[in-house]
Design a protein around this ligand. Structure first.
Ligand code: SF4
Ligand code: SF4
Length: 344
């Protein structure tokens, strides 16, 4: 098992938006907030591993009371801080300047819609579109490295044409595209848009999304956590060659760690209520964390192995990894595997 190379700290489950697809809606405002001392303690623990960056996520981390204090604490440990935000707060230039002074090195702005109407449809706030554009412009005037992140939900699929105008407005941005996936809540309910199942959007990805991004000339990466058999091998080869692919399932690599606001370690941040262990109970120091993590070997062994017999026999398994494990929890082989293109 590897030591964490990247760490996500979920500082709150509160947000200043109510996006239609986000699990925050399911929490109905009951979202929790991380205590400042716990956040500092987790950073101290992580500093022992010198991760590439500590990523502050939420909810919305910029509305967390201790945002600046923690950023200064992370910088004091010589580590980089990445903030993943809906961007609204960065429309205030004074907030941006204070973030620079606090040592924030990277911001990922998650853009939720690409017209006032798109923003209204996704988040119920048409004004958000202009606000987020102001935030991107503000950040571009600072040393903070900014990435524009787009989670492709079905709303975005339906309004894909609007993205073209946005890309023209910010052609120099660095973009990351990921896809909406299920979220499992503490009571076992799943927040999931069935229309985003791999078999339902694979042809759109291949015929519309990738070609239009490639033609736009922007610098981008797109997450590719789909069962590869949903696509022809020639398409996968082309995408890989283009160097536009990032990431992979965290559960397969086991080189990252995600904390929730109560200090629980989650398998990934889509498992909102399924802790594997807890800061202050199962471990407190870097050494204790490593020992605890070793004891979780069975869990990781399971998530790192093939989820079905077909994948176990498939020549594409090594590169493919069968996609997001959450689909496998709720759907099975008939829906996720396309046997005619699997290499079994
Ligand atoms: S199970 Fe893997 S691919 Fe799915 S959301 Fe979690 S980390 Fe991402
Ligand atoms: S059968 Fe499994 S390993 Fe093979 S391409 Fe499909 S999902 Fe990937």
């Amino acid at each position: 098992m590897q030591v964490p190379k990247i760490a996500w700290i979920t500082v709150n489950h509160k947000c200043n938006l109510r996006c239609r697809w986000c699990y925050q809606r399911e929490l109905k405002g009951k979202g929790t907030t991380m205590d400042k001392e716990m956040a500092k303690g987790i950073v101290n623990l992580l500093a022992g591993f010198q991760p590439r960056t500590i990523v502050l996520i939420g909810g919305e981390p910029t509305v967390w009371n201790h945002y600046f204090t923690l950023a200064r604490h992370i910088a004091g440990k010589g580590l980089r801080t990445t903030v993943v935000s809906n961007g609204l707060t960065f429309a205030n230039y004074k907030f941006v300047e204070k973030s620079v002074r606090a040592g924030i090195t990277n911001v990922t702005i998650s853009v939720k819609g690409f017209s006032p109407q798109g923003y209204e449809a996704g988040c119920g706030y048409s004004g958000g579109y202009e606000v987020v554009k102001r935030a991107i412009a503000n950040l571009s005037r600072t040393p903070i490295k900014t990435m524009i992140s787009i989670t492709v939900s079905y709303d975005i699929v339906e309004r894909w044409k609007e993205i073209t105008a946005f890309l023209k407005e910010f052609p120099k941005g660095f973009y990351s595209f990921s896809f909406e996936k299920p979220v499992i809540l503490a009571d076992g309910t799943v927040a999931m848009d069935d229309r985003m199942m791999p078999g339902k959007i694979a042809s759109w990805i291949q015929d519309v999304m990738y070609p239009s991004l490639a033609q736009s000339g922007i610098d981008f990466k797109a997450e590719f956590v789909f069962p590869h058999c949903q696509f022809p091998q020639s398409f996968i080869d082309e995408v890989e060659k283009s160097n536009h692919v990032f990431g992979g399932c965290l559960l397969l690599k086991s080189n990252g760690v995600v904390f929730d606001p109560a200090g629980n370690v989650l398998p990934c941040n889509h498992f909102v209520g399924f802790p594997l262990g807890k800061y202050g109970v199962d471990f407190k120091t870097s050494e204790e964390f490593l020992m605890w993590r070793e004891s979780q070997g069975d869990f990781y062994k399971k998530t790192m192995s093939a989820p079905c017999e077909e994948c176990g026999k498939c020549n594409r398994w090594y590169k493919c990894g069968a996609g997001c494990r959450l689909w496998w929890l709720y759907r099975g082989t008939p829906e996720l595997i396309k046997t005619e293109t699997a290499s079994v």
